[in-house]
Design a protein around this ligand. Sequence first.
Ligand code: BES
Ligand code: MN
Ligand code: ZN
Length: 485
Amino acid sequence: MAHITTVNLSNDKWNETDAGLIAVGVFEDKSFTPMAEEINTASDGAFSQAVEIGDVKGKSGESHTFYLEGKRVLLLGLGKKDKYSAMSVRVAAGKASRSAIEKKVDTVAVECLCIDCKHCQAVGEGLVLGSYQFLDYKTKGKNNFELKSATVLGCTKEDITKGAAIANAVCLARDLGNHPGNVTTPSRLAEAAKEIADEGGMNLTVFDREEFTEMGMGGLAGVAQGTDEPPKFIVLEYMNGGDEKPKVIVGKGLTFDAGGISIKPAAKMDQMKYDMCGSAVVLGVFKALAMLKPALNVVGIVPSTENLVGAKAYKPGDILKGYNGKTIEVLNTDAEGRLILADGLSYASKHYDPEFILDFATLTGAVVVALGHIATGVMGTDEGLMEKVKTSSKSAGEKVWEFPLWPEFCKQVQSDIADVKNTGAPSQAGSIAGGAFLKEFVGDNIPWVHFDIAGMAWGVKPNSINPKGSATGWGVRLVLDMLDV
Ligand code: BES
Ligand code: MN
Ligand code: ZN
């Protein structure tokens, strides 16, 4: 874990704080934030001069260092004032943390960079996300400089500490994703769930291979046949909302996807350690519930295994029976995510009376073709729920784009010899085929949205709140916004 876990609040003035770096802001229209204005006045217009000379343009992402009254002051570009949003705030606060690390300064103080305190939560999120690095395997130490603390000056809103808690949850999701397949195993996911359950007073149930096979989870059991690494079916229950119906979140916990007998090409196969990032969304969300303890009922479900080749591995043509009794013809063993999720969705539908179900999965390469590393593909059965997803997507700054689950697509996963098959029409609408398959395992009348996060869980363009070569934790913030945590 290399990131700060809390953000401090202080009423110190800029020249009173002992932080090694103080960050304030300037917009593209050359207007300063209140504390920048103060510093500018106290320093005979040091900032105005830099603006006049033309070095400081106020563009988003820009930063300039000044040395004033023995302090290191960072003037951050905040971009266009009329476009300033929660995302701009996150990115600017993240830049403050990131700059401190680059300068090997271990304490940073920032002005509350949200104008009129509209986006204080985003300040807390940005500071923590910007401090995130994945250093666990860097034994040399020389590049292992970590930020120790961040303080927000002149704002006392609890939203800041809430934002910090939420970002911690995102960092947990990133860590789980970044650790390789020999560390983030299904057992490790179950262990992480145990730590979270203990912290948050939650119920945890973990079914192992023998148990879930006996229970009839033929999808998970089928995929897990090819590995000796013990598979797990993990259920977390956070029940703090009285008798309201639970909201259920299901996540694909495929800790390494070699494709099975329908094996993947070698190039980039290493990236399939990230194939558990759906489960990381679930665990990240539960980490935040443990920390913030909102009055809600939420259930998290993670089917988890590897998908490997071996003498016992399941084969193309095999027919499996899912937990809801439907038979599945396996036409490609690499379309395994939907098989394990099928059991997760059926379990949620059978054992709870969910208000809604959301599932998160790095399900298809096709979604990367369609939307790149810009947005997650979403599809579902309920317009109202989809609207909520879109609203939270905007406030969390995590983009989604809806695909249609039209009957024509749903027909494409019907099998000639079983109830359904695990592939759709060859080379067509692959992400929708995934959604159409999953729909078969969601109970009638349960509002449900499927998130295909294959383009967003890693591989996005790095910025101040997303380091290069790291899992992103995409989705944690969106779900927490939806839950109104
Ligand atoms: N985990 C992969 C999806 C994936 C591939 C995510 C590449 C990110 C990058 C999933 O299990 C998979 O292999 N899907 C297949 C489905 C196909 C066989 C119908 C795919 O996308 O090729
Ligand atoms: Mn696969
Ligand atoms: Zn997969």
